[in-house]
Design a protein. Sequence first.
Length: 192
Amino acid sequence: MSIDLLQLVSRFRSFEDRETEVAWFRTLVPWIAPEAYLNIIFKPAPRGILLEMARKLSFPPSVHEFFQRQNGAILFSGALSVFGVVEPGRLLNRQDPFSLPPFNIEQENASWPVHRDQFLVIGAYQFDGSRVCINRSDATVHVLKKKQKAPSISWPSLESWLGDEIARLSFAFDNEGRMTVPESETGPPQSA
């Protein structure tokens, strides 16, 4: 598997792109906020922390491989988030928005009430709060809407979910990063 989020979001114009120790920031969208970016892709998780979290949360191999390349993302101005590994006890520096970590996969899974042994929560859709889960046994990816215990839509793999959803959501934004569809269309699809 070779998911490259930077490549998948490369169709948008390069406007004041940044790279920090923590992440790549692509396509400044100042009409949202002065330092807002359409896509933020976090750099690979530190090896020791990744190994510990993979053991603790029983990561499927595809999730472990993904974090070796990128440690989560905030895509399409937050419409879709992929959680990441955060070192225990890390303090937030809210004075520096370019140092913030990804959403913490450990915290997200600690509060997850549905099928904890079967599913690992790996992401979320902002529009309706749906959670994206990967099945630990077969690596299929599923969307569970709030207050539902059965998946509403599924993909055969992490790679197919990310590829399909980034392609779909890319059409919801113009080349500059402005949303061109109703916000409801940035929620999970009805079918894959």
